[in-house]
Design a protein around this ligand. Structure first.
Ligand code: C2E
Ligand code: MG
Ligand code: MG
Length: 243
């Protein structure tokens, strides 16, 4: 697993760490999730992979917390659409965080917009169960899926993550700025947390700050890190934000 910090761009403080799965392939080297998650899903291994990610991420996180670092940080874990609507998912999550002694409130599961719309009834039940387990929910890649707007009111969602395609060219592309401002307005209106993904430039960071979005991830702030490097960063508590 690699970890990507989420940063408060006003202060540099690390607010969260997102688990990003990697596959050390014997001949092809280090593979990114884009090249194997779909395959895993198509051969019914999504549950297996998801359980491994959940356990490994929780083990790392609880290890860090036991050594006194990342105490106030949130652990973010991506959940595939297949996994979210599969039987026993809520129990698996609840048992895992319990086993590793993690407070549910410091875990946030990231789901995508499309799943919410595809199977709204199952999603509703699953999200209610997760809420009961104390876990937070974020909508990942917000703005790229089918509109979930009508469900934002009624589902227990805590946070929106603005897709990186709208963030990358912020400062150059006026259309992207319009979209981002609309999402900021939406998050305000529904009282949701907001995180920008894919901040690569100082211009994008400044533009987001100017419009009131201060939580972000992206290569400008940090690359995805191996566990030991993430531990070091959490111990430091912040990254430099000289922009
Ligand atoms: P995501 O959850 O939206 O994660 C962010 C992705 O954007 C990561 O790619 C990260 O490396 C990349 N990223 C971060 N900052 C920047 C930036 O400034 N510029 C650019 N161009 N990219 C940036 P990664 O690790 O390849 O993951 C891709 C997607 O795969 C993730 O998107 C997530 O949807 C999925 N994924 C990752 N880990 C897991 C997992 O454990 N389970 C499941 N089901 N999906 C996963
Ligand atoms: Mg994510
Ligand atoms: Mg994303």
């Amino acid at each position: 697993l690699n970890s990507l910090p989420e940063v408060d761009m006003r202060t540099g403080r690390i607010l969260a760490t997102e688990a990003l799965v990697r596959w050390e392939h014997p001949t092809r080297g280090l593979l990114l999730p884009g090249s194997f998650i779909n395959v895993a899903e198509s051969i019914n291994l999504a549950g297996e992979l998801g359980r491994w990610v959940m356990r490994t991420a929780c083990a790392d996180f609880s290890g860090w917390q036991r050594s006194g670092i990342g105490i106030d940080a949130v652990l973010r874990i991506n959940v595939s659409p297949v996994q979210l609507v599969s039987a026993g998912f809520v129990e698996m999550v609840a048992e895992t965080i319990d086993e590793f002694g993690i407070d549910g409130r410091s875990v946030c599961l990231e789901i995508t917009e499309s799943v919410v719309v595809q199977d709204i009834e199952t999603t509703r039940i699953t999200l209610a169960g997760l809420k009961k387990a104390g876990v937070q929910i974020a909508i990942d890649d917000f703005g790229t899926g089918y509109s979930v707007l009508t469900h934002l009111k009624s589902l227990p969602v805590n946070t929106l993550k603005i897709d990186k395609s709208f963030v990358r060219d912020l400062g150059f592309d006026p259309d992207d700025l319009s979209i981002v401002r609309a999402i900021i307005g939406l998050a305000d209106a529904f009282n949701l947390g907001l995180v920008a993904e894919g901040v690569e430039t100082v211009l994008a960071a400044r533009t987001l700050l100017e419009h009131g979005c201060y939580r972000a991830q992206g290569f400008l702030l940090s690359r995805p890190l191996p566990g030991d490097a993430m531990a070091e960063l959490l111990a430091k508590g912040s990254v430099p934000v000289d922009f």
